[in-house]
Write a protein that binds this ligand. Sequence first.
Ligand code: COA
Length: 184
Amino acid sequence: MTEPGAVACAWPPAPIRTERLVLREPEARDRAAFIELFASPEVGTYIGGPRPRDELERAVPEVPGRRPGLFVIDLDGAMIGMVTLDRREAERPGHVRPDAGEAELGYMFLPEAWGYGYAAEACAAVLGWCADALPGEPVVLCTRTANDRAMRLAAKLGFTEAGRFEEYGAEQWFGVWSPVTPSG
Ligand SMILES: CC(C)(COP(=O)(O)OP(=O)(O)OC[C@H]1O[C@@H](n2cnc3c(N)ncnc32)[C@H](O)[C@@H]1OP(=O)(O)O)[C@@H](O)C(=O)NCCC(=O)NCCS
């Protein structure tokens, strides 16, 4: 079953294992990490700011974030971040398909997990999964140009620029990634 805005595919997939990480569905034990992610001023710097912790404590469900397209990133049994795939809304700027609704990659990691290549490792695995689950579909990504870490990560993953525009009062970089299709 899918929700509006979610990628249409069989969900959840079996956990995906990379060299250092497991990509899996959220569980109740991830709740504190979810709250930390959304309450962190560092994480929120370029994505609308942190949310008040007491509000999050009230609003976040017992098992948070359980929906199609959301992968918890697990390092040694603890959540360090999340990677999301959602359908890009038609009314937003930035599209590469005439019918819009592209699969859009998002990523958020706890600050203590930055600088180790975990986000790159997790996102590369999600893109690999996309190439199988959504064959031939491009994946898009949007980030503020001021968000150096997110910009470096997008480039490392192989996203290329498809446009720039103003949104939320700041310059946004819009990139696209396409799966490599076997030739011949
Ligand atoms: C965007 C974000 C996920 C990037 O995280 P990150 O840890 O910088 O990204 P990476 O996984 O690519 O790690 C890169 C760093 O790890 C280093 N690294 C260390 N060990 C490594 C390894 N084994 N393999 C790869 N890189 C490694 C790299 O040298 C690089 O360092 P640098 O930042 O000094 O250049 C993170 O900053 C974040 O969650 N930000 C807040 C949310 C946000 O803004 N999201 C984007 C919304 S569009």
